[in-house]
Write a protein that binds this ligand. Structure first.
Ligand code: DX5
Ligand code: ZN
Length: 218
């Protein structure tokens, strides 16, 4: 599948969110929206009202990454708000298959995120119920952290299982993805790439996206 580049707006200027998202329209495939509740992770970002408002300001698909406790309660509202994909954390959900079904019924794709310290093996059998699986390449909570290449073994495990069972699933990586790390993530089998600092920290975000896309294809 063609690579997906999903800039994380966590690294953008929150006082100008609409313009920041508009700046990547045309160049990026998805806008990655990090929702943090200061409970599942020790950081607080934006929630449903902001996503609802932002949805009206742009046509780019939203890839919502919920770093929150109790996603069963909150995730469907993001699908109803027009998110293209809604990803919740395995560590916060005791019935991922049920929530994935609820999300699909609510009109979005369903994604499962695996944090740094969580093994992926127990979740491989859930792949048929998911549209995306997000393998964290850092510990979730903050942008700007260093990429951890050892976590790519989880990407390899998912890719192998997807190939054996002929599954259509996006394998997404999130954390420290930049020009010097995206190629190894792509080689491991990832085909969707979240990049915060590498895009919004660049002088020309659209150019940074083009460069990342070329490296992901190489
Ligand atoms: C962190 C978030 C990431 C973050 C990535 O928990 O899930 O999406 O924005 O930022 P960078 O690309 O700077 O590592
Ligand atoms: Zn994220």
């Amino acid at each position: 599948m063609e690579p997906i580049i999903a800039p994380s707006i966590l690294a953008s200027d929150f006082s100008r969110l609409a313009e920041e998202v508009q700046a990547i329209e045309g160049a990026a495939d998805w806008a990655h929206v990090d929702v943090m509740d200061n409970h599942f992770v020790p950081n607080l970002t934006i929630g449903l009202p902001v996503v609802q408002s932002l949805r009206k300001a742009t046509s780019i698909p939203f890839d919502v990454h919920l770093m929150i406790t109790d996603p069963q309660r909150w995730a469907p509202a993001y699908a109803e708000a027009g998110a293209y994909n809604v990803t919740f954390h395995a560590e916060a959900c005791d019935d991922p298959v049920a929530l994935a079904k609820t999300l699909r019924a609510a009109g979005s794709k369903a994604g499962l995120a695996i944090d740094r310290d969580t093994p992926v093996e127990p979740y491989l059998e859930l792949l048929p119920y998911l549209d995306t699986i997000l393998i964290m390449t850092i510990k979730a909570g903050f942008g700007g952290q260093a990429f951890m290449p050892e976590l790519l073994d989880k990407v390899r495990d998912v890719r192998r299982r997807a190939q054996v069972n002929d599954l259509e699933i996006r394998i997404e990586v999130d954390g420290g993805i930049a020009a010097d790390t995206i190629e190894q993530a792509a080689e491991a089998g990832a085909d969707a790439f979240v990049a915060g600092t590498a895009v919004y920290g660049a002088a020309d975000p659209a150019e940074a996206i083009r460069k990342l896309r070329a490296l992901a294809k190489a």
